[in-house]
Design a protein around this ligand. Structure first.
Ligand code: ATP
Length: 241
């Protein structure tokens, strides 16, 4: 459904963050992008979700299509309406607002009944979020905030959910809960997931395909078992050889 072909992204007319990236995500599939800090993973997600600033010299080349329709040049809100939603690194919740108010922000493009239905769906996926629905978002733990950020993205019923480092700084128990929920979303609701992760072992445990990005290029790709057999992947990403 999502096809990214030979994409190049330059910030401020000079910083070549993505040099050549091609990847695809099928319906209901979980795909992960792995790579070290600064490799260009978040920039690829920004390019897909339209949050670059051409007026400040950000340039994007190549093609990005969703079910054959180009996403390049479309505004971020149009891209959300077409079914592609990103959960940014650091979550970026409205901290003074309650959990439910944050979630309803994600349903702003929907009718009242559509948003109420989506809210119940989020509560089914994350029962912990339902328990905290009236709590101020800034008072939640990091893991609970990540659940709210994913829940807010789900309020628009996306077909493709893009997650930027969802495990960052969280305790193992809550990471396991979040990853189980993401896995269920793809299996039960047929949502496709594009997951950027530093924790390669974790990402490869739920993905069916992975791309390794280095210096703005895709340098290797394949299903998790193939990558986990590769000596370089073992040494550099999985921490053993
Ligand atoms: P990380 O895991 O650290 O987020 P990443 O693989 O997601 O790494 P990006 O955030 O995509 O990497 O960054 C790729 C390159 O682009 C880096 O050299 C970074 O410094 C640069 N970069 C990122 N955002 C901007 C920006 N808004 N303006 C200028 N340069 C940027």
């Amino acid at each position: 459904m999502l096809n990214v072909n030979n994409v190049q992204i330059v910030y401020d007319n000079v910083i070549e963050a993505v040099r050549d990236a091609s990847l695809s995500v099928d319906e209901g599939q979980i795909v992960t992008l792995l790579g070290s800090n600064g490799a260009g993973k978040s920039t690829i997600l920004k390019g897909i979700s339209g949050v670059l600033y051409p007026e400040d010299g950000d340039i994007i080349g190549g093609t990005i299509t969703l079910n054959g329709e180009s996403l390049i040049g479309r505004k971020p809100d149009e891209i959300v309406r077409s079914g592609v939603v990103m959960v940014p690194e650091g979550r970026q919740l409205f901290e003074p607002l309650t959990v439910e108010e944050n979630l309803m922000m994600g349903g702003i493009t929907r009718s009242r009944s559509g948003a109420t239905e989506a809210l119940e769906n989020v509560f089914d996926i994350f029962p912990r979020v339902k328990e905290k629905r009236s709590t101020i978002a800034g008072y939640l733990s990091g893991g609970e905030q990540q659940m709210v950020a994913i829940g807010r993205a789900l309020m628009s019923s996306p077909r493709l959910l893009m997650l930027d480092e969802p495990s960052l700084g969280l305790a193992p128990q809550i990471i396991a809960e979040i990853f189980a929920a993401v896995s269920d979303l793809s299996k039960q609701n047929n949502v496709s997931v594009l997951l950027v992760e530093q924790n390669a072992e974790l990402a490869l445990s739920i993905a069916s395909y992975a791309y390794i990005i280095e210096n703005g290029r895709v340098v290797m790709d394949g299903p998790p078992d193939k990558l986990m057999d590769n000596e370089d992947v073992k040494e550099f990403y999985l921490g053993f050889s």
